[in-house]
Every structure is written in structure tokens, then in C-alpha cells.
Write a protein that binds this ligand. Structure first.
Ligand SMILES: *Cc1c(COP(=O)(O)O)cnc(C)c1O
Length: 435
């Protein structure tokens, strides 16, 4: 499979190039040259399998010409030793798709681990050290840090906004050591993202270092996120009613992956784009105008994005046609107070503890279902509630159990390089730490 840039569809690159270069020089985003469409019997058949089985079948459609089957089979086993189960809130009507059973307890494990597996596969062919730069609003960093920790030939630099990630998120970024280095940026997530984007375009830096990204802009993060939509369908198709997915969204990688699954033939009636007050996309779905804003801080901090980097992809997947986009996606957004009330209501009604992001997704789903009596609704549970323990405990007034693997991190010491929100400060500091 070849990949084109959203800024210049005429030029295409190989999978390996899209993986390592992440972003085309023209500042666009890579997209598959052809979205492989498959018929209902193929879809029904592959959806029967485990997450790793589904990953294998779909990966073949994209990378079968690049990576032989036996290697692909290994890579998907390596990436996905866990499942993405659905949890029933209301029979045949309301479910959550739990995406937090990986090592960092958030859905970003899926993309990060898949990418790490492919990068180590391809980098074995060269002896060049790869430097991965990644900006995180909270959960990407942990997933990438854990996915790449001790992967040979790869160094990872993680930029995160100071005081805007939870304590446990910060521990995941800053305590592993070895090939993982954290930068604590005195600014917002958008500042972190802007620094990373500038780094990729900086000639001098690119001369000295072989730079790669692990942000959701990398197409190798996006493709694997489509797998769990198939997995959800496999678990729910016996319900027999059309499926609607509600995706709590920030950079819109997760929702774009759902649209990719739909374009591959997965029958999805509708998507709900659920956000916090960073509501650029819900506003766009009403007005048709895309107006990026400064991000605002909320309790669902992994969705505090004012200019979602995957918005362009979402549009491309629907042929840049506003009517098609509106037909397929409904948008809802919620304040922090509404999110807290939703967390309480979900707990009272279903004894289910939702992290604030997941609560936004469930709330959006409930909103949608009020006007659709037929659908089987699935909200994506993007993180485990214990990742936001103090908040969830104060909102629900009860203790939250922390899984052992996360609890162990709390005792470790943070190590991060503090920098201002400025590209040159980062560049200097990066060259020092890597040299
Ligand atoms: C990253 C993240 C999101 C937002 O996902 P996008 O793909 O950026 O839209 C939502 N919830 C949690 C817990 C996250 O970590």
C-alpha cells in the first residue's frame, strides 16, 4: 500500500516512509492511497476473531505487500496481548467498549504498541538510531513510553504540558528512564504539539538526528485504532440492530479510525463526536465552519485540544463533503459540571465507574439515543478510571482501585527536563540530551 499526503494527493510514499517520516514535507498528513473496502461476509468473518486476529487480517490489506504474513502474525501478537471487551450497561441498547486493558490503561496503547512493533521490525534493517518526538496531552506519552521502553535503536522524547496531566499520567512519562526522556513544557498541549511540528521541519535538527513521531498524526497509530471497532462489532452483531459509536474526542484520531473502519465496510449507522468545552468539531458540524481556538483546560484533559490534528483526515475520509460528514457524525459537548454529573449518574444507574473522558462519551451516546430508538449504542471507554483517581474519587465519593501495574509507578521518582514553551529551548535541550 502507498500513502498520499492530504496536501498533495499526487505524490505517494511507501509504508516504511510513512511510518518513519510521519508527516510529509508539505505539512500534510499521510493517508492510505486506497481504503480497502470489503464486503459484509468478509467483515462478519474477520470480526469473529480476537483483537490480534482482526489486526492480522486488516494489516494484510495495508501491509501485505511490505511485510510477509509470518512476520505480520508476530507483530500483531506482540502488539496485542490484551483484548478490548464490551461491557453491557443496558442489554441490546447501551454498551461501553473498554479500550483500557493495555499496559498504560488507555486506548492509546493500541496505536503506540502497533507502531513500536513495526518500527522495531523495520529498524532492524538499518543500524541508525531513531529519535521519536511526541507531544502528549496526557495519555499518549504513557502509551508511547511503555510501548517503546527498551526497544533497541529507538530514543523517545516526550513533551507534556506542565501541571496539565494527572499525577499518574506524569509518572508514566517521567519514571521509566533508559531510552525514554520527558520534557516538561511551561505551556499548553497545543504548544507542545507546535514545538514537535516545528522540529520536524527544522533543517539543522533533521541533519543531526533521524526524527520520527509517535503522535496520532502517524498513520501507523491510526490504522490499528480501526481494529477495535471491528472487535466491538464482532461482540455485538448478534444484537441485530444498527451500531452507533460515541467517541470521546480531542485530536480526533480515534474517531477518524472509526470512520476508516466504516470506509472499509464495517456497518456503522452513525458516529457521535463527544467533546468537552474544546468544541471546535461539534460547532463545525452545526455551522459548517471550522474555527480552531486556543485550548481550554478541563477535567477530561486528554481531550483539551483547540485545533484537532486529525480533522483534515476526517474530512478526506468523507471526500471533503460537508453533507456526508453531517449525515454520518453528530456532535455534542459538555462542561466540566455536566461531565461530573454524568459520572455520578452512570455510577448510580449502572454501578460503573467511568473516567471523565468516558463519561463524556457515554453522555453523548445517551443524548443521541434519545432520538434513535433502534440503535445499539457503544461508547468508547478511553481510559481506566484509576488514571484519574483523585478526581473520580471526589466526584463519586468512593475509593477507586488502582491496578497493580499503575500502583507500582506511584512510588518512583519523576525525572523531566523543564523547558519554556519555545522551540529553540527544546532544540537546544534535545541536542544536549541526545548528544
Ligand atoms: C487521547 C485521549 C482521548 C482523545 O482521543 P483523540 O484520538 O485525540 O481524539 C480521549 N480520552 C482519553 C482518555 C485519551 O487519552
Amino acid at each position: 500500500m502507498r500513502f498520499y499526503s492530504t496536501n498533495n494527493p499526487d505524490v505517494t510514499v511507501s509504508a516504511e516512509e510513512a511510518l518513519f517520516h510521519s508527516m510529509p514535507a508539505d505539512n500534510g498528513l499521510y493517508m492510505p492511497a486506497v481504503v480497502p473496502y470489503r464486503n459484509a461476509s468478509f467483515v462478519d468473518h474477520i470480526a469473529e476473531g480476537s483483537l490480534a486476529d482482526i489486526a492480522f487480517e486488516i494489516s494484510r490489506l495495508y501491509f501485505g505487500d511490505t511485510v510477509p504474513d509470518h512476520a505480520l502474525a508476530d507483530l500483531v501478537q506482540q502488539a496485542f496481548p490484551f483484548d478490548t471487551p464490551v461491557y453491557e450497561l443496558e442489554k441490546a441498547r447501551k454498551y461501553v467498549l473498554e479500550l483500557f486493558h493495555g499496559p498504560s490503561l488507555a486506548f492509546k496503547d493500541v496505536g503506540a504498541r502497533y507502531m513500536a512493533a513495526f518500527m522495531s521490525y523495520f529498524s532492524q534493517k538499518t543500524d541508525k538510531e531513531i529519535n521519536i518526538l511526541v507531544a502528549t496531552s496526557g495519555d499518549t506519552g504513557g502509551a508511547v513510553a511503555m510501548g517503546f521502553h527498551n526497544v533497541e535503536g529507538v530514543r523517545v522524547s516526550i513533551l507534556y504540558p506542565k501541571n496539565r496531566v494527572s499525577d499518574l499520567q506524569e509518572k508514566q512519562l517521567t519514571t521509566l528512564g533508559g531510552n525514554i526522556q520527558a520534557f516538561e513544557v511551561d505551556g499548553s498541549f497545543d504548544d507542545c504539539q507546535a514545538i514537535v511540528k516545528t522540529a520536524f521541519l527544522d533543517e539543522e535538527l533533521n541533519k543531526v538526528l533521524s526524527l520520527s513521531s509517535a503522535n496520532s498524526i502517524n498513520i501507523f497509530r491510526l490504522i490499528p485504532q480501526s481494529f477495535y471497532y471491528f472487535r466491538a462489532y464482532g461482540q455485538l452483531k448478534q444484537v441485530g440492530t444498527p451500531i452507533v459509536f460515541s467517541t470521546p474526542s480531542g485530536n480526533f484520531g480515534n474517531l477518524s479510525a472509526g470512520v476508516l473502519a466504516q470506509r472499509m465496510g464495517l456497518p456503522i449507522r452513525k458516529f457521535v463526536a463527544a467533546t468537552n468545552l474544546n468544541n471546535v468539531v461539534p460547532n463545525f458540524l452545526v455551522s459548517g465552519l471550522y474555527e480552531p481556538k486556543e485550548s481550554v483546560s478541563t477535567i477530561s484533559n486528554a481531550m483539551d485540544v483547540g485545533n484537532p490534528s486529525n480533522f483534515v483526515r476526517l474530512c478526506h475520509l468523507y471526500g471533503n463533503d460537508l453533507d456526508t460528514i453531517k449525515q454520518n457524525i453528530d456532535g455534542y459537548f459538555y462542561t466540566d459540571d455536566e461531565t461530573k454529573m454524568a459520572m455520578q449518574q452512570i455510577y448510580q444507574q449502572y454501578s460503573y465507574m467511568a473516567c471523565p473522558h468516558t463519561a463524556v462519551g457515554i453522555k453523548g451516546l445517551e443524548h443521541y439515543l434519545e432520538n434513535d430508538g433502534q440503535a445499539c449504542g457503544v461508547a468508547l471507554a478511553t481510559a481506566h478510571p484509576s488514571k484519574f483517581k483523585p478526581l473520580v474519587e471526589s466526584v463519586l465519593g468512593r475509593p477507586v482501585d488502582v491496578p497493580e501495574r499503575l500502583a507500582r509507578l506511584a512510588e518512583r521518582t519523576k525525572q523531566a527536563v523543564a523547558i519554556p514553551a519555545n522551540f529553540f529551548a527544546f532544540k537546544e535541550s534535545l541536542l544536549q540530551t541526545v548528544a
